[in-house]
Ligand binder design. Structure first.
Ligand SMILES: Cc1ncc(COP(=O)(O)O)c(C=O)c1O
Length: 455
């Protein structure tokens, strides 16, 4: 449901009944997952707070997974769970796709890493450059965070400037320079038209000279603030699908302003497509019809293995050309390792335009089903392509300030209830479909969802 300030059901009346069931739903979860509970006890001694990866932090603990096959995860308690998040959307073909497994097995027998390039990295780079309209050259890394780190270094090296513009509410990975205002608290984030940069972690260096935080989807403020610092801005980094704000796309006006400003002041426009490349055969840039100078990639291009890549126009990418004296350096023992490259190549070759269409049709079916199930109640359904997100708010979500109106506690209870019913989303109800997702699984999910939200 979108923009329903006039929702016939009042928000509190709607959210309260499920939240009142939080203890019962948690007890049911604990009952279903005693082995995971025991493993989490062991984790607490080995990992701070019991987790070694922030993204999978869940209350009261995460299920441990023993196996993934197609759309199904088997947890350590032996329960089959329908996966609707596929390791943060990184497995568009599902778990253990036979083509990917065969490619990786072939490579394992040939060795896993050499101190030299391989033909497989050429093949994967060629696929990326053929499919992404703005990609002429590539550099591989081991994560999306590394890709962002290198993209910003390239932009700074290319322009000789320091300042990077990022949007409030955008997540661009774990690199210090972009861990600002990812999920800032309401009492710290300042006025809507001039957001205060808020660190997303303890231990970050001072940001003020290096990062400017601006609202997503506000072309006027973007123009005003960027023009005021025209000679200092090295890059604008933008998500063409804003994950943490509810998997929402940018408006065409916002993207057009970003493109026009970058050209006007000589800054590098970076699209962070680490998650958004899943939107279509030509990436999010094909989907939104606008090209950046540089694109950061990750997730799907590694076929389930750790990966990152920066691709872009030759003039910017050449800043890392080894024949230059003053150059942007970029090292990494496992960059373009042949196992990741084989898995990535097999995945990208399997992702034909028809497969993208089919995955996106499943996403559209899910969003339509959710829209129908939430008519008249204060829930907003967002997402695009194969992605969907259930938001516990009646607001039309267009940026961080509207995204942050959600009732996060309600979302977490619903997510746990859905897990009890056999479905895995994020704790805040981000989801996606993959090629292996069936219509029956979508229908089953919609039935479980409707059951949980009906008092
Ligand atoms: C838009 C975006 N950029 C960067 C990253 C970081 O990628 P990684 O987790 O591979 O470091 C993510 C991860 O979710 C992301 O969604």
């Amino acid at each position: 449901m979108t923009a329903t300030a006039t929702s016939p059901v009042l928000a509190n009346d709607f959210y309260a009944p499920l939240k009142a069931r939080a203890a019962e739903i948690e007890a049911q979860y604990r009952n279903l997952t005693p082995v995971s509970a025991g493993l989490f006890e062991q984790s607490k001694g080995l990992f701070p707070g019991g987790f070694t990866r922030d993204a999978v932090i869940r209350k009261p603990y995460s299920p441990f997974i023993a196996k993934g096959e197609g759309p199904i995860l088997t947890d350590s308690d032996g329960r089959a769970i329908v996966d609707f998040w596929f390791n943060a959307s990184s497995l568009p073909l599902g778990h253990a796709d036979p083509r990917v497994v065969a490619a990786v097995n072939r490579q394992l027998g040939l060795g896993t890493a050499y101190f030299a390039p391989t033909e497989t990295e050429l093949a994967l780079a060629r696929i990326l450059c053929e499919r992404l309209p703005s990609a002429e050259q590539a550099r591989f890394a081991n994560s999306g965070s590394e890709a962002v780190m290198i993209a910003l270094r390239l932009a700074r090296g290319f322009t000789g400037r320091d300042l990077v513009v990022k949007c409030e509410g955008s997540y661009h990975g774990a690199y210090d320079d972009v861990q600002w205002s990812v999920a800032p608290a309401k009492d710290k984030f300042g006025a809507p038209d001039s957001p205060v940069p808020v660190p997303d972690s303890a231990g970050l260096p001072e940001s003020s000279d290096r990062i400017l935080v601006l609202p997503y989807n506000n072309p006027e403020i973007l123009r005003r603030e960027v023009r005021a610092r025209a000679d200092r801005v090295a890059a604008l980094i933008i998500e063409p699908l804003a994950n943490r704000m509810g998997l929402i796309p940018p408006t065409p006006e916002f993207l057009a302003a970003a493109r026009e400003l970058s050209d006007e002041i000589g800054a590098v426009l970076i699209f962070d497509e680490v998650i958004a490349f899943r939107l279509g055969y030509h990436g999010a840039q094909g989907f939104v019809g606008m090209t950046p100078d540089v694109t950061t990639l990750g997730k799907v291009i590694g076929g389930g293995f750790p990966v990152g890549a920066v691709v872009g126009k030759t003039d910017v990418m050449a800043a890392s050309d080894a024949s230059r004296r003053e150059r942007v350096t970029h090292a990494g023992t496992f960059n373009a390792n042949p196992v990741t490259m084989s898995a990535g190549r097999a995945t990208m070759e399997a992702l034909t335009p028809d497969v993208y269409d089919s995955i996106n049709a499943k996403g559209a079916k899910m969003r339509a089903g959710l829209e129908a199930a939430t008519a008249g109640v204060p829930l907003t359904i967002t997402g695009a392509g194969s992605f969907f997100k259930i938001n516990a708010t009646a607001e039309d979500i267009t940026d961080y300030r509207t995204a942050v109106t959600v009732d996060g506690a309600w979302e977490e209870v619903l997510s746990l209830g859905l897990f009890n019913a056999g479905f895995m989303l994020t704790p805040h109800l981000h989801g996606c479909c993959s090629a292996v997702t069936t219509d029956e699984q979508i229908d089953g999910f919609l039935a479980a969802f409707t059951d949980l939200i009906t008092p």
